[in-house]
Every structure is written in structure tokens, then in C-alpha cells.
Design a protein around this ligand. Structure first.
Ligand code: BTN
Length: 256
């Protein structure tokens, strides 16, 4: 763990850990230990994870030097709307990284919530619901991982680290910058809804208007990435089959 403690906006309550299985799991345990009580803004930050988790059941390689955090959120919206928080985090992270990296136009967003630098994945977001008794939604856990000092090889995507992309930052600075950007966009989302987030996301969208491949659990779709709809679904125009809205899947872009 770095010596300096992060300075975060008053929205956050920082829990700094040296090593943990997964910050999302730690958040889930803390929520379960005190149902309804863990304050919104609780931010679990770890220097390393021993069992980091990714989307769709994958693992997330988590050596020291990168950023791993999970934020507890309690928005007063319908559970279906809560999925928009992944886009809030992705937009905030893309803004954070664009400000740190030299050169323009290197940061893009890949549906749903990946941030790309020079076309390679630099970070991932894992949004999970924590249920209280009787299946009622208690809180949301927003997990964010950023390849900062190192990156894993992935059979699925090209990967990159912030450092090899040319930004000399460390986990403390990156956490502080992301925390500031996130709370600003979270406020916008709470006051104005998804529209400004959707516009900001589309501004940086990778593959928009292009033919892309979307792998679902049991089928692969190839079509034109038309837009992000008002709920956060990917709208794909299929050659013979009209428009299809996709709520969960893996996107593969041409040439990447
Ligand atoms: C993805 O597959 O793209 C999402 C990766 C999310 C990784 C982060 S690291 C912090 C938090 N704790 C976890 O176990 N996963 C998320």
C-alpha cells in the first residue's frame, strides 16, 4: 500500500485494505453484516486481490500496482435503472484517463462498460446487486479495476496498462481523480437522469455505426452498432432481422 492516504470528496468513506479476495466480495460481506446500514459512499480499496472477479464469471487478474475498488451505492431508483450506474462509472473513468494521458482521442468506451486506450482494454467495471432478506435490493456494489502498472494477457481482448500508455500515475492519484469525476457524474445522473450520461458515453463510443460482433451466452450476433438505447442496452441492426436490443454480452470490434 502506498504511504500517502487518498484525499477523497466528503461523499466517500474509505476502507483501505492491503490484500483481500475481492473488493466486491468484501463489500458484499460488510453489507450483509449490517443490512441497510453500510453508508452509501463506502469505498473498499485494496492494493491487491487474490480472487478478483470479472464480468460473466471470468476472473480479474489483480497484482499489486493496479487499482481495485468497490463502491457501495444506494440510489433511490428502480432496480432496472440501476444498471445505468455502470455507464456513470465508465464515463467518469474515461474522463479521468483522458485527462492523464498524453495526446488527444485515445480513450474510447466499449459497450457496456469497458474503457479502451488505443483500442486495448485498460479497465473493467463489475456492477452487482446486494440483496437484503426476501430478495429486496439493499445496495449496489460498483467494482472498478484499472490496469495501471501492469496488465494481464487476455485471450479475448488486447489489453494495455495506464503506465505503458504513457501516464506516470499511481493508485492513490488515480483513485483520487476517479473519485472526484465519479461523484460529479453521479450527481448529474441523480439530478438529470440518464440522458446526459448517454450523450457523454456515445461521444466516446467505440465501434458506433460499424459492424460488430456480440457474443451472448448461446449465440453470436453480427450487425451494425446503431446506438445505446435509453436504458443502456446496445441497439444492433441485424442484416435480415431488424433491430435487436442486447442487455448483456461481449462486444468484439473490427480490427481489434
Ligand atoms: C470486467 O470483467 O471487465 C470487470 C472487471 C471488474 C474488476 C473489479 S476489480 C475491483 C472489483 N473487485 C472484483 O473482484 N472485481 C471488481
Amino acid at each position: 500500500m502506498t504511504d500517502r492516504q487518498p484525499r477523497l470528496p466528503s461523499f466517500y468513506r474509505l476502507v483501505a485494505l492491503d490484500s483481500i479476495d475481492s473488493t466486491n466480495e468484501e463489500a458484499r460481506r460488510r453489507i450483509a453484516a449490517a443490512p441497510g446500514e453500510l453508508p452509501e459512499g463506502t469505498l473498499i480499496w485494496a492494493a491487491e486481490q487474490t480472487a478478483g472477479r470479472g464480468r460473466r464469471g471470468r476472473s480479474w487478474s489483480s497484482p499489486r500496482g493496479n487499482l481495485y475498488l468497490s463502491l457501495v451505492l444506494r440510489p433511490t431508483c428502480a432496480p432496472a435503472t440501476a444498471a445505468q450506474l455502470g455507464f456513470v462509472a465508465a464515463v467518469a473513468l474515461s474522463e479521468t484517463l483522458a485527462a492523464l494521458l498524453p495526446g488527444p482521442d485515445r480513450v474510447r468506451l466499449k459497450w457496456p462498460n469497458d474503457v479502451l486506450v488505443d483500442g486495448a482494454k485498460v479497465s473493467g467495471i463489475l456492477l452487482e446487486a446486494a440483496s437484503a432478506a426476501a430478495g429486496r435490493l439493499d445496495a449496489l456494489i460498483l467494482g472498478v479495476g484499472v490496469n495501471l502498472a501492469s496488465r494481464p494477457e487476455s485471450g479475448l481482448y488486447k489489453t494495455i496498462s495506464v503506465r505503458e500508455a504513457g501516464a506516470a500515475t499511481d493508485p492513490v492519484e488515480l483513485l483520487e481523480r476517479f473519485a472526484g469525476c465519479f461523484v460529479a457524474w453521479y450527481d448529474i445522473w441523480r439530478r438529470e437522469g440518464f440522458a446526459p450520461l448517454r450523450a457523454a458515453w456515445l461521444d466516446r463510443a467505440a465501434g458506433l455505426g460499424q459492424t460488430i460482433e456480440v457474443r451472448l451466452d448461446h449465440e453470436t450476433l453480427v450487425g451494425r452498432f446503431a446506438t445505446l438505447d435509453e436504458s443502456g442496452a446496445l441497439a444492433l441492426d441485424l442484416p435480415d432481422d431488424g433491430r435487436r436490443l442486447v442487455a448483456a454480452g461481449d462486444v468484439f470490434l473490427p480490427g481489434l
